[in-house]
Every structure is written in C-alpha cells, then in structure tokens.
Design a protein around this ligand. Sequence first.
Ligand code: SF4
Length: 359
Amino acid sequence: MNKNNQNNLCEASEASVVSEANELPLTHEELMKNFWTLYTTWDNSMRSMGNQCPRKLYWWLRGYSWKTSAKPIYFLFGSAWHEIKQEYYLSFKTQPELNHAARSINAFNAGKKYWDENENIQDIEAKPNPVDNIHNLNKLWTTFINYYGEEPLAFEIIAKPELGWLWSISQDTTETPLFLGGSIDAFIKHKTFGTIVLEEKSTSAYLTDKYMQQWEYATQLTGYAWMLNQLEHKPIILLQAAHKRVLGPTAKTPQFATCLVEKTPEQLEEFENEWRNFFDSINLILKNNFWPASGKTDPRQCVGGFGFSTCPYRGLCSNSARLQVDPLNFPGIGVREKWTPWYRLGEQIGNTKEKAKGE
Ligand code: SF4
C-alpha cells in the first residue's frame, strides 16, 4: 500500500471546511472552476451518489437538497438504538460497579433522552409507525438484554463513540491532496482481534443469511477497514444487527445477528483503485462540462420506487434551461446543511496515530 501521501490530518481539510461551511449554494461556474479545492474530502455517500447518477451528485455538490432538514423517523429510531448500545458498552468502562439491571436501565434512559431531544426533527409528514416509536425501542432493548443476559463482552470501547475519520489517499487525478472520510459508530478493543471498528445496524429487514452477507460487499465497511489499515490495525469490522420488530417464538430469522467483515490487502488495494477511478471519472465530467443523468437508466431513482427515494432534482433534471434557472424556485428544493461527518463530535480518528489508538 502506498502511504507516501499520508499527511497529518490537521493539515488536511481547510479547503473542504471553507467550502462546506461558508459557500453554499454554489453557482455552476463556482463549482466547476474550483472543484478540487472546494471538495477535497470524499466519503462513501458521495461516491455512491456519484455512481448512481453524476447529475444528482452535481446538484448536491452545488449545495441543494430537500428543503426540510428533518430526519425521517427511522433515522431517529436507529440513532436512539445506537445511543442505547453505546451507553451500555461504555458503562462497563466508566461505571464498572453497576449491576446488570442498573446498567440496562441507564442505557435505555440515554436512548430515551436522545429520542426526547430529537423527536421534533422527525419528518412532520410521517404517519404513526408501529415499529419506529419509543415503546418499540424499549421492547427491543428489553429483548436484547434478556437475550444476552449477563454474557461477558468480547470487547471494550476504547475511544469516544461516533468518531469522524479522515485520511489522505494517494492519487494522480489532482495536484491538491484528496482525502477519504467518514464516521464510525465506535472504536473497540476486541479480545481476539485487537483494535477494530464496531458498526451497529437496526433494520426492518429480516436478518436472513443474504442480509448479513451483503455487508461483505459494502464499500462503507471497506472504507472503515481501509482506515484501520492506515492505523496499522487489523482491517476488521464487527457488525451487530438488530431486527426492529420484536419477533415471536416461531420466527425463522434471528432477532439479533453478528458478523465479522475482514478485508485482505488485495481488497484494500482494489478499494483505493476504485476511488482513483471515481476521481478520474469526475475529472472527465469536469473536462467535458457534462454531468450525465445516469439515474434515468433506472427511473425509480428519479421518481421513487421500491427501495428508492424520490430524487429532489427531478424537476430540474429534465429542464433544458437547468443551468440558468434558480434551483430554489423548484418545489421542495432548499440549501442543504454542510456535510462533514468526518468532523462528527469534533473528534477525528487519524488526527494523530496516538489518538486513534486510544493512547
Ligand atoms: S431525476 Fe434521475 S437522472 Fe435526474 S438527477 Fe435525479 S436521479 Fe439523476
């Protein structure tokens, strides 16, 4: 692996901070002229959007998205579930004297606090939901606690949960350094594997073999493995999944499931090459001044359909004067919030190797 281009992250991202914090929305000319200084840091969501539809990425990079910043209710459920799990695991370190019952109650209370503080951000159009509500959250947690009992943990959390990460990637596409970033649920010290990443998923999907196998292919997790490898840890992610609806005794799939996702050096090299290809493809778009509307190859991406949400830019997309009109005149479109998950909670993995290792 080429590590020649790895820089201390304090040097990394002034350009991206400036663009994300102060400059949105951008005009077409501003974006195209300053592209690689405006966007020096890239994450899996940005690449995923660009791979699905470069034109969708274009509007997003200019700073437009849905008008409301409200999060759907299922995000709230997932975040609150995550809060509960984090509090529970962290308490083994911060409050070792607690008994199992007190630890479990404290953990749920942390999630309930999060729910109460954030309930107002749920989508105002959301209908009452039999799964994504605080009562079901409580039920699921009770099920989890009963399921695992007082089983000793195989790991401890070694750094503050929800950490942003940022690391430079060697590439020839731009003269300016580019960075990959993201945020992880937690950094843990596993009894067998040492320092690895913990990823929590809560889902309405059944935890079938296929559901669990998909994570082997997820570039989101490969990115975490890549980051771990930069820090000279084993490139392993421990994924814990929970099916949100509490199942009955005759259920054919588990309520909870766990898997380890590990990457080989070859897979990590391939991951880097895919990113370099992606940057090259953006450069070609910039050179040709043409952002393909590739979402139309599967128009469910445009109008919404099973597994797809409606594209906020669909009105703009087919408008031949789209580069001259003000996107804010289109229904539902607003200026998005800055997107810097790699600065989550102000913490960064990779800021220094010592910090990342929890020292
Ligand atoms: S409407 Fe479809 S083609 Fe147009 S930007 Fe959205 S996803 Fe892409």
